[in-house]
Design a protein around this ligand. Structure first.
Ligand SMILES: [Zn+2]
Length: 114
């Protein structure tokens, strides 16, 4: 059984328009059911993956926030994308550290050996 969001009167489940006030009835699905049919990713999880390529550190933070918020609402799709963002950011951070080490070796260590 559902209720009109405008006048609060009890309505039939299949009602599209409220017979009491004439307002269009919004369909309020239960939270877990709504997420099951949610086909789009959360904006934050998309942003996390994008930032992983721009700034790995920012991407990591956004992805962790996106992961936790997706987890709290049971949004598995966004949760898996946020996880991808975390992994990508971690890989890019490790790669940038490696580049700094290699650059350091080439700039300071190798010339002193040669
Ligand atoms: Zn109504």
């Amino acid at each position: 059984m559902k209720y009109c969001s405008h006048c609060g009167k009890e309505l039939l489940d299949e009602a599209v328009v409220c017979p009491y006030c004439g307002c269009a009835v919004e369909y309020h699905a239960p939270a877990n059911q709504a997420n099951q049919y949610n086909q789009s990713y959360s904006g934050l999880s998309i942003l996390g993956v994008i930032f992983a390529f721009i700034s790995a550190f920012v991407g990591l933070i956004i992805s962790i926030v996106a992961y936790n918020s997706a987890k709290s609402v049971g949004d598995f799709k966004s949760q898996s994308l946020a996880k991808t963002g975390i992994i990508l950011s971690a890989v890019f951070m490790a790669a940038s550290v490696l580049i700094v080490i290699i650059a350091f070796v080439f700039a300071f260590v190798l010339p002193s050996v040669a």
